[in-house]
Unconditional design. Structure first.
Length: 340
């Protein structure tokens, strides 16, 4: 498969698991079989009845069904709405782990500011957050114990994360080629498709187009090493790859709104789910400079001002804090920040 250019990963989970992930690198692998049963029990979202399907054909196309079943061993079929879906039985128990992944190409929505500078942005729709929080509302979540409340785990350096994960799994006894990491591709599986000639288990990186908004990046352990599988199974498929707090952090959950993300060169800017207010003296230098840049671009919504008077007051306050705390002078008309 084509190598991705993933620049950010995140995952919805409970706070207790998010903290364990950041502090210990705690990861619990599930299986395709688990996700199939999950849709049967809870409905579509996290669960996927067509997980691991490698081909589909109309149920009355008997010759094609016979031909497809002969291409691979251990093929089984399931018919839904007159379409028969085929999968390999031995794919159902492969340990797998999923993230939402942002690729550079995902930032295709271009927004120009008044200075002619382009800002590339993308949106994570609200349905994604509903899927992975069992449709929990903000009001219900607030009544839950803190450790059970949904949050986001953000990984700001995917390359470093994958490097640590791969090294850990190799030390566990896996071969590098048994560790598969790729973004998922999306197709309409009900229209008939055949991916049986792809290298097994490529179908685990192929999901129905109804899930496309999830933009999944998946890690699959493709091994038949019984010793390693037994070791994983004995620990409930849980591994601890070590402290990730230098590249991962916990963010608040998006209950009732889309998540807007802008990309400016090597920086990602997130629209927060709720407004947060901090005294300017407690804001870090780079964040202050980011606010200054947003003021220069006249981004009123991001900066929180509505009138020219409010804008001028904010500019003055930022000037004072940057000078007092960091000896930095802002030249607004020249769009320059300099040490003095």
């Amino acid at each position: 498969m084509k190598q991705p250019n993933i620049i950010n990963l995140f995952r919805c989970t409970e706070r207790q698991y998010a903290e364990s992930f950041c502090e210990k690198g705690n990861m619990k692998f599930n299986t395709p079989g688990y996700w199939i049963e999950l849709e049967k029990e809870e409905g579509k979202g996290r669960g996927d009845l067509l997980e691991g399907v490698c081909a589909s054909v109309h149920k009355e196309d008997i010759p094609m069904l016979a031909q497809l079943k002969d291409i691979r061993e251990n093929i089984c079929g399931e018919t839904i709405d007159n379409i028969t879906y085929l999968r390999s039985k031995d794919i159902l128990e492969l340990p797998s782990y999923c993230f939402f992944g942002l690729d550079v190409k995902d930032f295709s929505d271009v927004k120009g500011d008044k200075y002619g500078q382009n800002k590339y942005q993308t949106t994570v729709i609200q349905q994604y957050f509903k899927d992975f929080s069992d449709n929990t509302t903000k009001e219900v979540a607030k009544e839950l114990p803190m450790h059970k409340q949904p949050v986001l785990v953000m990984i700001n350096n995917p390359n470093k994360f994958f490097e640590r994960l791969i090294n850990y799994l190799i030390e566990l006894g896996l071969k590098r080629e048994e560790i598969l990491i790729n973004p998922v591709e999306y197709i309409d599986k009900s229209k008939g498709f055949y991916s049986l000639k792809e290298l097994y288990p490529g179908e685990l990186f192929l999901k129905d187009s109804s899930f496309e908004y999830q933009r999944e990046v998946r890690v699959v352990i493709n091994t038949k090493n019984k010793e390693i599988l037994s070791k994983l199974s004995s620990n409930n498929n849980i591994i601890n790859i070590g402290d990730l707090s230098d590249i991962a952090n916990i963010e608040e959950f998006y209950y009732d709104k889309d998540m807007l993300i802008q990309k400016e060169e090597n920086t990602l800017i997130y629209l927060l789910p709720e407004e947060k207010v901090y005294p300017l003296d407690e804001v870090e230098k780079m964040d202050l400079l980011g606010i200054a840049q947003a003021i220069i671009s006249d981004e009123k919504d991001q900066c929180g001002y509505k009138t020219d008077e409010e804008k001028e007051a904010l500019m003055k306050n930022i000037e004072e804090v940057l000078m007092r705390n960091y000896n930095i002078e802002i030249l607004w008309e020249e769009c320059i920040a300099r040490h003095v």
